[in-house]
Design a protein around this ligand. Structure first.
Ligand code: NAP
Length: 300
């Protein structure tokens, strides 16, 4: 199935990056954009993000072969319901939400007569809004597609081909498994960063100006993640509650192991653990999922 018209609903970091990437890599595809916020629609027009920005959601999707919902996870069902009257019967509806099982359920209920194939491009930054996006965001990154059991192979292949055209590598996964994997690789790290940065700012013995002044000791790397969009992340934790709580339980147990090792002066335990984690960092670099430059390539 060929895609001639794509509509992106939600023109923040991810939606605007898709629009830019389609503009650069699929110049024959017409892109229509819509956002619930009039201010965001104005910014998108000023940035020239899409061929057309529609004020009305149903109008935005009227010609679409593929619709991508790029709104916070908790807003997916609303966004789907509002656009539903405008959808073509054979349009493929997908999304980019960071959790998948709940979104898949919500979209299936909101659009019972349409082809829904959820997906998650595992790519992002701590910034949000239409100005924050960029065309190369998905290059070399994974896009996980989580089709339901009844999804047509043709439609899944069409969606996968779209993401590959934007430079992503595509993998298909069960939505519940996706949520468990992402709880470990993304959601728990964000929770830990939000915790550390919050804790540091409330310590009585260390002043806030000292925390900022000496942040190069490790703290500042957590602050990048802890600066991520509050609404998006509120919704991710609410939507992926079970997997996050299960992973957090394991994390707490492992933290206790390290706590005991420090208290007991167990040097071997600490060194073994840190040697294993360093190997994981090296594997990520070897896979091309991060840069090998020291200190994340910061200029000194
Ligand atoms: P963002 O920059 O905040 O953009 C979301 C946009 O959607 C905002 O302009 C928002 O407008 C708009 N919106 C909210 N509800 C809407 C609705 N019902 N209809 C139309 N537009 C609506 O967020 P983002 O970072 O692009 O995230 C979007 C999605 O991508 C989320 O589901 C997130 O889980 C997923 N994702 C994010 C990342 C990342 O690193 N950021 C990575 C992968 C996937 P208002 O601001 O006025 O509400």
């Amino acid at each position: 199935m060929a895609i001639a018209n794509v509509t992106i609903v939600g023109l923040g970091l991810i939606g605007s990056s898709i629009a830019r990437a389609v503009g650069e890599r699929l110049p024959l595809v017409t892109v229509t954009g819509h956002d619930a916020s009039a201010d965001v629609r104005e910014q998108a027009r000023a940035l020239g993000l899409c061929d057309r920005i529609a004020d009305d959601a149903a109008d935005a999707v009227a010609a679409a072969d593929l619709v991508i919902l790029a709104v916070p996870v908790g807003r997916m069902a609303d966004a789907a319901r509002v656009m539903a009257p405008g959808l073509k019967a054979d349009a493929i509806i997908s999304d980019v939400g960071s959790s998948k099982a709940g979104v898949a359920d919500a979209l299936a209920k909101a659009l019972p007569d349409h082809i829904v194939i959820p997906a998650h491009p595992v790519a992002g930054t701590e910034n949000s809004g239409p100005a924050a996006g960029f065309a190369t965001l998905f290059e070399g990154r994974w896009c996980i597609v989580t089709p339901g059991a009844d999804a047509s192979a043709d439609a899944v292949a069409t969606l996968g081909g779209f993401w590959e055209a934007l430079g992503a590598k595509v993998e298909t996964m069960d939505p519940v498994h996706h949520d468990m994997v992402l709880a470990v690789t993304s959601h728990l790290p964000h929770l830990i960063a939000y915790t550390i940065v919050g804790t540091a700012s409330e310590l009585e013995e260390v002043t806030e100006s000292e925390v900022i002044k000496y942040s190069a000791g490790g703290f500042r790397d957590f602050t990048r993640i802890a600066a991520s969009d509050p609404v998006m992340w509120r919704d991710v934790f609410l939507a992926n509650k079970d997997a996050v709580l299960a992973t957090l339980q394991r994390f707490n147990e492992d933290l206790t192991v390290l706590q005991q090792a420090i208290r007991r002066g167990d040097a071997d335990k600490l060194e073994d653990w840190f040697t294993r984690t360093r190997a994981i960092r090296r594997s990520i670099i070897a896979e091309g999922q991060d840069d090998a430059a020291p200190d994340f390539g910061r200029k000194h």
